[in-house]
Design a protein around this ligand. Structure first.
Ligand code: PLP
Length: 380
């Protein structure tokens, strides 16, 4: 067994340098690793020159690389997975893999306690949109969760999410960066013993509502499940602790609707799973000012309104302010600005996307051409 010194890759999966390469002289060709695996083409350089082999890269921890080779020290190798990643590429514990092959130990307190935070940014035409704003929010969340052992700073996280997009070769993507508390050393689950874990992935772009609902809008309900109070779970630290949203959604499905907006204990409108909400009354837009995630898309809408004659502000909304609105829309990185057609069987406006929603939607996507908001991705 020998280990490679130099590792290059052209696309797809990285062979972690720390793993040994198992080079076998007598195995039948092509080799099949014990756990199945990804087809891979590996060019190896030794003192006699360069050769290319085909083999398989094991998909359990990527720990097994097998090529047909005679036990001659390799000075350089270059791996080229002959794969595409229709479902995206992910990163966990130093290894990139197809998104569907990502695994997290069940003992991670991110899973057991929802002790985690995340952010989601999108890629449009090969550019991140408002990446620095997402990273600012991410850094604030990491600090609030006291994830001091993550081991990846802002630049490191940026490099990893970019690498996920690059390997997945996606020009339009949703990109996630997730930090978990990590695993404790024993059953006491002392948080101080945990080493925080970073996960990331890039998947083809999608919205929180179906594409065919973008024109007329979706039906939502005002749920009687209350949003978890901000004093218990800070909603400005983006997180997956979402059983309130799940229960509200189950209620929505029972009533034939697709999404649910939740109220706080004072009857103020908060948000839905994955989105902020706006209501238009007599030309003025209002979006809830507290008890919600400070959405980057919500901010984009408010900034766009400053350049128009549309008044927009953060404030309080009651359920009836939504039901009686001229227009209602949801905002999210996943989908942008998305119209609401009905709330609790009350048709909003004319039951199709209203003029203000349409105008803002156009402006929102035009902003995706403005270099001030874009971070180009180098796909090599
Ligand atoms: C609970 C919640 N509110 C609002 C949003 C919208 O935030 P952004 O516009 O930053 O995507 C999200 C996004 O996932 C969310 O999860």
């Amino acid at each position: 067994m020998i280990s490679g010194d130099v590792l290059k890759y052209r696309k797809g999966l990285l062979i972690p340098k720390r793993y040994e390469t198992r080079l076998t002289a007598s195995s039948p060709f092509p080799l099949t690793p014990p756990s199945g695996g990804k087809p891979i083409s590996i060019a190896v350089q030794n003192c006699y020159g360069r050769s290319r082999f085909e083999g398989y890269l094991g998909n359990v921890g990527l720990e097994y690389i097998a090529v047909d080779w005679y036990n001659i020290p390799v000075t350089e190798w270059e791996a080229d997975t002959m794969e595409t990643y229709p479902n995206g590429v992910g990163y966990v514990d130093g290894v990139y893999s197809a998104k569907e092959d990502m695994r997290v130990p069940v003992a991670d307190l991110g899973f057991l306690l929802s002790d985690m935070t995340y952010d989601a940014v999108h890629v449009h035409n090969g550019n991140f949109f408002r990446l620095e704003d997402h990273l600012d929010r991410w850094e604030r969340s990491i600090e609030k969760r006291r994830f001091t052992t993550l081991g990846h700073d802002r630049d490191g996280v940026c490099e990893i999410v970019t690498e996920c997009v690059r390997r997945a070769e996606l020009r339009a993507a949703m990109v996630y960066m997730v930090a978990t508390r990590g695993e404790a050393t024993d059953g006491l689950k002392d948080l101080r013993t945990c080493r925080n874990r970073l996960l990331a992935w890039a998947v083809p772009y999608y919205g929180v509502i179906a594409e065919d609902k973008m024109e007329d809008g979706i039906d939502i309900i005002v749920s009687d499940v209350l949003r978890t109070p901000p004093e218990s779970i800070d909603p400005t630290v983006k997180n997956f602790a979402r059983i309130d949203f799940s229960d509200a959604l189950l209620q929505a499905y029972d009533k034939g609707a697709e999404h649910a907006v939740l109220l706080d204990r004072d009857g103020n409108v908060t948000e839905g799973r994955g989105w902020n909400i706006f209501a238009l009354h007599g030309g003025a837009l209002v979006s809830p000012d507290s008890g919600v995630l400070e959405g980057i898309s919500r901010r984009t809408v408010i900034e766009l309104c400053r350049n128009t004659n549309i008044k927009a502000e953060l404030g309080q909304l009651k359920a009836d302010d939504l039901r009686d609105a001229d227009e209602v829309f949801m905002t999210s990185t996943a989908g942008g600005i998305m119209p609401v057609r009905k709330i609790d069987d009350r048709v909003i406006g004319t039951g199709t996307r209203g003029p203000v929603t349409t105008r803002l939607t156009d402006m929102y996507w035009e902003l995706h051409e403005d270099p001030d908001y874009l971070t180009p991705i180098d796909y090599h």
